[in-house]
Write a protein that binds this ligand. Sequence first.
Ligand SMILES: C[S@@+](CC[C@H](N)C(=O)[O-])C[C@H]1O[C@@H](n2cnc3c(N)ncnc32)[C@H](O)[C@@H]1O
Length: 306
Amino acid sequence: MKHEPVLLDKVLEYLTPSRKDGTLVDATVGLGGHAEALLEKHPDARLIGIDRDPEALERSRQRLSRFGDRVTLVRGRHESLIDILKQSGTEAISGLLADLGVSSMQLDDPSRGFSFRFDAPLDMRMGAEGRTAADLVRELDEYELMRILRDYGEEPMARRIARAIVEARTEAPIETTSRLAEIIRGVKRARYGEIDPSTLTFQALRIATNEELIGLDRFVDDAVSVLESGARVAIVSFHSLEDRIVKRAFRRLEGECTCPPGMPVCGCGAKAIVEIVTNRPLTASEEEETRNPRSRSAKLRVAEKL
Ligand SMILES: C[S@@+](CC[C@H](N)C(=O)[O-])C[C@H]1O[C@@H](n2cnc3c(N)ncnc32)[C@H](O)[C@@H]1O
């Protein structure tokens, strides 16, 4: 199945570069779908594509090879944006896209352990480094597991699932996706028409394993700091936790006062650096949702540097 980038028409419409011959950054280049369309639409622009996943980078390298030296691909985390740009000698950019989270390739690869649909080692790492989900499930205490399931999965049964995990691991290590899914099923029944009982726990462990929310707020600041005046940052998120961080960061950068209520004089130094272009997040059309069910939870927010 051909990979389809989410909200592509809206990304192309809203991510208008501040200069025709400037540098665009795709901070999560993935399989290169958005990057390819941006390079086609802006024939004089260069593009720096970043991804932490070596397999994804290899796929985008092949897909984008026809653009030659207009493209630079860098393996790394977008949290290191400033260093990555310094290393490539880029001081300012004309637009930045971040399509956050996990790619369809990662989710659909049975061996990577992202999904309860396939039996696989409980890995869930987007890059090759760091602790796996199995490491977290083995090492964290019951309270920390509960907190991850509650905060990153918004799982209403976080406490009971965390307890069941801790009990089950005294019998045998939890090393596969299917063993974890089975433990969850022991606590939470599958109900017809509802999401699989494992969905929220798997989402939470994936976010924790990849530290997906840590540093997102600072990444938005860093992205805005390197935009040229008139350049835009466009961020696609897939769950409410990410979207909330992006929304708040944009509001703060638009100069919203963040002092506690009742302060007689503003002390937070709020100053407008961007103008928010999308007051409400843009979402997929019904037609896109039908064609590509993953687009259902996608939200695009865009801000422009003043
Ligand atoms: C939704 S996919 C992007 C798909 C891409 N827009 C396309 O059209 O093919 C997200 C990608 O971001 C990468 N990623 C996630 N977190 C990252 C981070 N902190 N730094 C760099 N890449 C990251 C993942 O490895 C994945 O390939």
